[in-house]
Design a protein around this ligand. Structure first.
Ligand code: UDP
Ligand code: MG
Length: 139
């Protein structure tokens, strides 16, 4: 078993889609190991997406991610990082496969409902970004 980080983004939380997305993830076989609802400040959102600093969509991305509540969670399954990337679909919902979370719930390439870690290394640092030791369930 391995773990990854998902974030239900402000567009989906604001539109009342969080429950459906959580159900979709559970039905796909993920166990929810940690979860909370929070609002990111600009410094936090900027740091989380630091890898994209300087790209044309960065400022808009930080503004979007601070625009309302987000729901970060730790998900566990076999091969969790690759499995979650498959379940969320392409960044742009117009290009996402049928049945994926972004195809079902995202509004646009920017407002695309959900974040997922892209490697085991990034999953570990992104989990640590949102959850302290006593909040991280194991096993
Ligand atoms: N993004 C955007 N325009 C782009 C590329 C990305 O608005 O052309 C936003 C979008 O919200 C995306 C996030 O920036 O989810 C991070 O981009 P990344 O390429 O890492 O996509 P992801 O890993 O989320 O599929
Ligand atoms: Mg990414």
């Amino acid at each position: 078993m391995s773990q990854t980080l998902a974030i239900i983004k402000p567009d989906a939380v604001g539109a009342g889609k969080a429950g459906k997305i959580l159900a979709h993830l559970e039905n796909a076989g993920f166990a929810v190991k940690s979860l909370r609802l929070t609002v990111l400040g600009s410094a936090q959102a900027g740091a989380f997406y630091a890898v994209h600093e300087g790209r044309p969509f960065y400022d808009e991305l930080v503004e979007f991610m601070t625009s309302g509540p987000v729901i970060p969670m730790v998900l566990e399954s076999d091969d969790a990082v690759a499995k979650l990337r498959e379940e969320i679909g392409a960044t742009d919902p117009a290009e996402a496969a049928d049945g994926t979370i972004r195809k079902l719930f995202a509004e646009s390439k920017g407002r695309n409902a959900i974040h997922a870690s892209d490697s085991d290394e990034n999953a570990a640092s992104e989990i640590a970004f949102f959850f302290s030791g006593h909040e991280r369930l194991r096993g």
